[in-house]
Ligand binder design. Structure first.
Ligand SMILES: Cc1cc2nc3c(=O)[nH]c(=O)nc-3n(C[C@H](O)[C@H](O)[C@H](O)COP(=O)(O)OP(=O)(O)OC[C@H]3O[C@@H](n4cnc5c(N)ncnc54)[C@H](O)[C@@H]3O)c2cc1C
Length: 303
């Protein structure tokens, strides 16, 4: 079995999520080859073939040119799987490559089963297992679903070049609008999840955040319901944070939320369900009703 891993480079930097591809490949087993459109000065120390094209020539993102490069590497390596991170880069390129190869595509893989791939469904409440019915498959893996793995070794660099200009010109990146809160710098974050119950209860969680000298965070349903602004959302479609202390209040621990906060130094979860998945990564799980426990804790801290 062989996997061709497609790394991602942004503004001159190899993205950390690229190392999750190596974590995925380690679980999959078999050989790997790696492809990167970047520059030679910052390559991962991986064994095996590393197909390299210069971002200076092909752009950090140019779907048609990058597809050409991937197809060249596929022709040489004949991989069983072509694997991307499920980022805007991966979810745009994967279907283009799959269509060209007439290969099955499986998006947002979060786990491996015997010969199959687990993907989320029902808004990530459930998992289903799918098995590609083509000999080759194109996959995207959910960010945060597989552990990052720093490979060791010396790559065998194989240079690639694309022809044409891909029909578009990459203009550049535009910074996101300034947010009213920058959670990425916060040392303490107290986040509200759906378990908080209603918008009127959010100030109770905000009061704990203030008592701890921290910021208010939120899970996505709380933001979708309009209880808290999106700038406070933590997770794959919110911010990625790494505070010294993260307090998850009434948050179940869906993979998309964990992807945004699991690098926190110390995690306290307050949940009425002792089996809530957040308990698997929390340093402390308080099994309690959040609306009873949090006001009592805040009062104690304010004494
Ligand atoms: C493409 C995609 C992107 C996504 N991006 C994000 C993202 O960026 N961030 C994100 O958070 N989610 C994201 N999600 C949604 C994610 O899959 C989950 O649905 C979401 O994280 C669940 O939020 P929650 O834990 O607040 O709610 P729930 O899953 O409903 O969990 C509520 C928890 O509260 C507990 N609870 C209930 N009442 C109480 C109480 N009184 N006291 C204590 N505990 C209580 C319950 O036991 C439960 O564990 C995304 C989903 C998709 C498909």
């Amino acid at each position: 079995m062989k996997a061709l891993l497609i790394g991602e480079y942004r503004q001159g930097k190899l993205l950390d999520s690229t190392f999750e591809l190596f974590g995925f490949a380690a679980q999959l087993g078999g050989e790997t080859a790696f492809l990167l459109v970047g520059d030679e000065t910052r390559l991962p120390a991986c064994d095996g073939p590393l197909y390299l094209a210069e971002a200076a020539e092909c752009g950090e993102y140019n779907p048609d040119l990058h597809k050409q490069l991937i197809l060249q590497a596929v022709a040489r390596e004949n991989p069983d799987f072509i694997v991307f991170v499920h980022s805007s880069y991966g979810w745009d390129l994967a279907p283009r490559v799959a269509a060209r190869l007439k290969a099955a595509q499986v998006s947002e893989v979060i786990g491996l089963t015997d010969g199959g791939f687990e993907v989320g469904c029902c808004n990530a409440k459930m998992r289903r297992t799918v098995k590609p019915s083509t000999a080759r498959a194109v996959l995207t893996i959910q960010a945060g679903a597989f552990p990052a793995r720093q490979p060791n070794g010396t790559p065998r660099i194989q240079r690639l070049a694309a022809t044409g200009n891909g029909g578009l010109e990459f203009v550049g990146y535009e910074p996101a609008e300034a947010k009213d809160v920058d959670l990425t710098r916060a040392e303490v974050i107290v986040s509200a999840g759906r378990g908080v119950g209603k918008k009127e209860n959010v100030p109770v969680i905000a009061a704990l955040a203030r008592a701890l000298g921290g910021e208010l965070g939120a899970s996505r349903p709380v933001v979708d319901a309009g209880w808290i602004e999106h700038s406070h959302q933590v997770g794959t479609t919110g911010q990625t944070v790494s505070p010294r202390l993260y307090v998850a209040c009434g948050i179940s621990g869906a993979i998309q939320h964990l992807a945004g906060m699991k690098k926190s130094d110390f995690i306290v979860a307050i949940n009425k369900d002792k089996d809530a998945p957040i308990g698997e990564i929390a340093d402390v799980l308080v099994v309690a009703d959040v609306m009873q426990f949090v006001p009592a804790l805040t009062a104690r801290l304010q004494r």
